[in-house]
Ligand binder design. Structure first.
Ligand SMILES: Cc1cc2nc3c(=O)[nH]c(=O)nc-3n(C[C@H](O)[C@H](O)[C@H](O)COP(=O)(O)OP(=O)(O)OC[C@H]3O[C@@H](n4cnc5c(N)ncnc54)[C@H](O)[C@@H]3O)c2cc1C
Length: 587
């Protein structure tokens, strides 16, 4: 193994979190910073007219290669886990920019009470009302502490939207249920396509409070505080699972890379696959010395560094810590250990599929264009008589309907499953179909967790990450509650027929839900119950920070990236203003 010259900072992973940290440290310090990204380089010019549905949306051209590295899954600890040979329920990114290149760009903030979920729920309902096997926790940071960083993240990305609560002033047309915000969104809402407008009008008529979805697919052209300019969105529909051809969607390579490239103290190495954090550490503490990786030529290298950031996304962060034996692995039987606990995956399903009379022009859209209601989110409605806690948002998105994935959806009234009757119905309904999705919270449970698989290995011979994950009654009942509400809205939209979702049973790894998988290296205010402190610093290894949604103790209904970016900003500030003056434990 070759040993490289020591650098001040090594950042593992070149997605949203890794490149934001590189930009901040590169801009506000003179530290030498190296980013190691396992995938290849990328830039906006790479996304051209050769991008098509088959290669990118079906064959997942921008995602992690599942034949080289995947995860294994089981529903309970008594089962044998099997490898996911194809990505299904979530889509891990790979390559410079990470999943932020092919994300949808839906950008809500998390509800304030989610950050103190355990204390607030006990305060309101008493501990007996919580599911018996729950593992929910407070985050160790409050919404108020995070608010300025949310605002910075929104300015960075130029989020399009309509505020519903500026410093306590509720504003009709925005999300009146959102936490307070210090400012209006940087850009006005995206255009609202026809299907989403039908939803907006129907929801309003039923007494709900619809609002335009906050979007990183910026409405007009925008220049952010770093001076980076982007074009406005053209609603081409090649958004989710694609890189944006004109750079209108905020992506790490179009808003962070241009700044990083001007910083002489930051360098990016692509094709650098990190396998271990090298450390002199016992369970009680110690120090990370650097990381070992396989470089683009296949050679093994050791990169020594004073300060190390893991920014490889939820599952890879957890796996790298497990492989490197940093911290104590969680044991669900004894409840001991923290590393790997609180695995969650946001509840996400098409609650009602509407079949309409008129064409909906669904070929147009963007990853985040649409309308949403939050009336059924969090604790915003009365749960007194209900058999579950928390809730979710209902969304009518107009992302751009893709023919391969979406052709052939017909109402239940069409009995033929093939032949001319089916073909006629499939053609008729192709542009007359749309779904109202529920995006709901997923509580953490003691038996949903991650560890290393004892059997299956990746292409280097390292154990795969094993997920033990299933839904509980709380999520199933939340689904039962939300489905009829979505059906009612679909009917009020004038749908001729409506197909309700069939309900949540066991966790299904084949149906795409979202890539909002969280936990494993959770944050908190005590080392007994969390892996990192409220500044995302490892409790036992003070020169190691773990960025991203691996820190979320449970899953909110909001998409995670604004919160991930806000937390990264907060950590970057703390490093610049406190840690570098005294490199020690911050909490
Ligand atoms: C299809 C899709 C749609 C999405 N839509 C939304 C949305 O609308 N709103 C929202 O908020 N979020 C959305 N997300 C989620 C969003 O993309 C993530 O929250 C965000 O990208 C996380 O940033 P990250 O830096 O933590 O991880 P990533 O973006 O995944 O970046 C991690 C990087 O680390 C690299 N890496 C991993 N392991 C190693 C290793 N061992 N060595 C070196 N490098 C490594 C990876 O190759 C990757 O480039 C979506 C995701 C997908 C896939």
């Amino acid at each position: 193994m070759k040993t490289l010259p020591t650098v001040d900072v090594v950042i593992v992973g070149g997605g949203w979190t890794g490149l934001l940290m590189a930009k901040e440290l590169g801009s506000h310090t003179a530290l030498s910073v190296v980013v190691l990204e396992r995938g290849g380089p990328r830039k906006t010019d790479d996304y051209g007219e050769d991008m098509d549905e088959l290669d990118y949306a079906i064959r997942l051209g921008m995602m992690q290669d599942a034949s080289r590295e995947t995860v294994t899954l089981r529903h309970t600890a008594s089962q044998r886990a099997l490898p996911l040979r194809q990505h299904g329920s979530f889509l891990p990114g790979s390559g410079l920019g990470g999943a932020g290149e092919h994300w949808s760009g839906i950008c809500p903030r998390i509800l304030p009470d989610c950050f103190e979920l355990l204390s607030r729920s006990i305060e309101k309902y008493g501990s007996n009302r919580l599911p018996e096997d729950h593992a929910i926790q407070d985050w160790g940071v409050t919404y108020d502490e995070l608010e300025p960083h949310y605002t910075r993240a929104e300015l960075l990305l130029g989020i399009s939207g309509k505020a519903g609560n500026i410093r306590g002033n509720h504003i009709e047309g925005g999300n009146v249920f959102e936490g307070w915000r210090s400012a209006e969104y940087p850009t006005p809402p995206t255009k609202i396509p026809y299907f989403s407008a039908l939803f907006r009008d129907a929801a309003k008529a039923l007494g709900y409070h619809p609002y335009p979805i906050p979007a990183a697919t910026t409405s007009p052209a925008y220049t952010n505080p770093d001076g980076v300019a982007r074009a406005g969105c053209t609603y081409c529909g090649f958004c989710e699972r694609f890189g944006c051809m004109i750079g209108a969607k905020a992506q790490p390579t179009n808003i962070l890379l241009p700044v990083i490239q001007k910083r002489k103290n930051v360098s990016i190495r692509t094709g650098a696959w990190v396998r271990r954090i090298v450390h002199d550490t016992t369970q009680s503490g110690g120090r990370a010395r650097g990381v070992s990786y396989i470089d683009a030529s296949g050679e093994e290298a050791f990169q020594p560094a004073e300060l190390i950031f893991l920014a490889t996304w939820t599952l890879n962060n957890t796996r790298l810590l497990l492989l490197s034996q940093v911290g104590e692995t969680y044991n669900p039987a004894s409840g001991k250990g923290t590393l790997g606990r609180n695995l969650t995956h946001q509840v996400n399903f098409p609650a009602a599929t509407a079949f309409c009379d008129k064409p909906l022009n669904r070929f147009m859209g963007s990853g985040a264009a649409g309308v949403c209601i939050s009336d059924l989110d969090g604790d915003l409605f009365d749960h007194g008589e209900l058999p579950f806690l928390r809730g979710g948002t209902l969304l009518a998105l107009s992302m751009g309907f893709r023919p391969i994935a979406n052709f052939g959806v017909v109402p239940q009234g069409v009995k033929a499953r093939w032949g001319s009757e089916w073909k006629k119905a499939a053609l008729h309904y192709y542009d007359r179909t749309g779904s109202i999705n529920l995006q709901g919270e997923h509580l953490a449970y003691r038996d949903n967790y991650m560890d290393l698989d004892p059997i299956y290995k990746d292409h280097f011979g390292d154990p795969l990450l094993r997920l033990t994950l299933d839904w509980r009654e709380n999520e199933r009942r939340m689904a039962e509650f939300a489905i009829p509400k979505a059906v009612e809205i679909a009917r009020a939209m004038g749908a001729k027929e409506v197909t309700p979702f069939s309900g949540l049973r066991s966790y299904d790894a084949t149906r795409y839900q979202s890539s909002h998988v969280q936990g494993g290296a959770i944050m908190g205010s005590s080392p007994d119950r969390s892996v990192v402190n409220p500044y995302l610093q490892h409790w036992q290894v003070s020169n190691l920070f773990v960025l991203g949604a691996s820190a979320f103790p449970q899953n909110a209904s909001a998409n995670p990236t604004p919160t991930i970016l806000a937390l990264t900003y907060r950590t970057a500030d703390t490093i610049v203003n406190r840690y570098l003056k005294n490199p020690a434990a911050l909490a």
